[in-house]
Design a binder for this molecule. Sequence first.
Ligand SMILES: C[S@@+](CC[C@H](N)C(=O)[O-])C[C@H]1O[C@@H](n2cnc3c(N)ncnc32)[C@H](O)[C@@H]1O
Length: 212
Amino acid sequence: MSPSPTTLAAFEEAKGFMPLDEGLALHRAAETAAALGLPLLEVGTYCGRSTLLLADVARAAGTTVVTVDHHRGSEEQQPGWEYHDTSLVDPEVGRMDTLPTFRRTLHGAGLEEHVVAVVGRSPQIAALWRTPLGLVFIDGGHTDEHATADYEGWAPHLAPGGLLVIHDVFPDPADGGQAPYRIYRRALESGEFGEVSVTRSLRVLRRAEARR
Ligand SMILES: C[S@@+](CC[C@H](N)C(=O)[O-])C[C@H]1O[C@@H](n2cnc3c(N)ncnc32)[C@H](O)[C@@H]1O
């Protein structure tokens, strides 16, 4: 099924970086993964643009989205960098804070109750995590350090048959940074994942079923 019209309108309005075709591919992956009856996890909430689509699926499937972010922005979102948005700076603290905007986004779309927001550093949260996941969507920090930590921290929690979705995978360095591409290659070369779909820079991989 497509996202509800309300979700789609909220997605189009939300601040964020995901184009609609990639968003719809994420939504389809989430629908498939939700059949496992397990939570769907996102690394990199930002203002909730992609979270909306995962939440739309979670509502229909009766599962929950867990979305992880320290809400202080990635490297490229800091002052002076390409993706900085001055309206997202907390004037009192003098640092980025995307949490209030994220909360407004979800509230406006009526999807708050389907999402658990975890505020903190992804590797720290992954180290505490104990629940198998149906989907892991990696869209956090795009340096090698962060992308590798997200892959190593979260991929082991994917249930057999679960989906690993990676955003901003650019095989050609001329198109973008290589860290997400490197974890994508690493997942494929591990032999534990097979490719399900490619939609522009969004890659969907499936974790192999457990051997009998
Ligand atoms: C590219 S944005 C996410 C975009 C969002 N998925 C969307 O579609 O609009 C990346 C986010 O990851 C967060 N982030 C970066 N490194 C992180 C880390 N180590 N732990 C938690 N969050 C992190 C940043 O704060 C930022 O909000």
